[in-house]
Write a protein of this length. Structure first.
Length: 217
């Protein structure tokens, strides 16, 4: 069986993608300069939150995911980030390819919440590989990619911010049920508010405004 090795040499935001997208640069090696006709890979990307330290602001942003820092010894479990497929063209000995990973800014997703909470440093990622290798020098052989193939990678918080700012500059994003969105639209229309930002600010102002004595809510 051909011995395959994987490593991640870097990650960048794709400035030309239609939506938020990260591009991981992978180096793949075949022992003894073996000939690989093609690889059909499945890659699972996982966040390993226990492998870094967090400042007070980051800890506050991660409280919904992992609870209070005093509990982190038992709550900092790995978080699923993405699963993608990749077809690698033929090579001999070693090659480098791009692994394209579409991302979301939906803050209901645990991975997005995690990245959004980071103020600096790297997010520790583990890339797990499996799939099928098509190999052979004088013929054609089909081999499984062993399930224990993996690589580590640090995703800089600055790269995540750059990617998000390319598509949502200065903005956040939330997802609402249709009935709540319809109610919000009705409120906006009824008060002739010019934007969703103005609508949310009006609701927040009404929530924090003092109630006059004797008034009925």
């Amino acid at each position: 069986m051909t011995e395959l090795g994987f490593s991640c040499t870097g990650v960048r935001a794709d400035p030309y993608a239609a939506g938020p997208t990260l591009v991981f640069r992978l180096r793949i090696t075949a022992a003894d300069r073996a000939r690989v006709h093609a690889l059909a890979l499945r890659c699972q990307l996982r966040i390993e939150p226990a492998k870094r330290r967090y400042g007070p602001q980051e800890a506050a942003g991660l409280a919904d995911l992992f609870g209070e820092p005093a509990r982190w010894g038992s709550t900092l479990h790995p978080v699923q980030f993405a699963q993608v497929s990749l077809t690698v063209p033929g090579f001999t000995g070693e090659t480098e390819v791009d692994l394209v990973v579409p991302c979301s800014y939906d803050l209901d997703l645990a991975a997005t919440r995690y990245f959004d909470a980071l103020t600096g440093g790297d997010a520790p990622l583990l890339l797990l590989f499996s799939g099928t290798a098509f190999t052979g020098e004088g013929g054609f052989r089909v081999e499984p990619v062993p399930w224990d193939r993996e690589a580590t990678c640090g995703l800089p918080a600055a790269v995540w911010r750059e990617m998000i700012d390319q598509h949502f500059p200065g903005c956040g994003w939330i997802r609402l049920p249709r009935e709540d969105l319809a109610a919000l639209l009705e409120y906006r229309s009824r008060h002739a508010l010019p934007s969703w930002e103005a609508t949310v600010r009006a609701l927040l102002a009404a929530e924090t405004a003092p109630v006059a004595e004797g008034s009925v809510l």
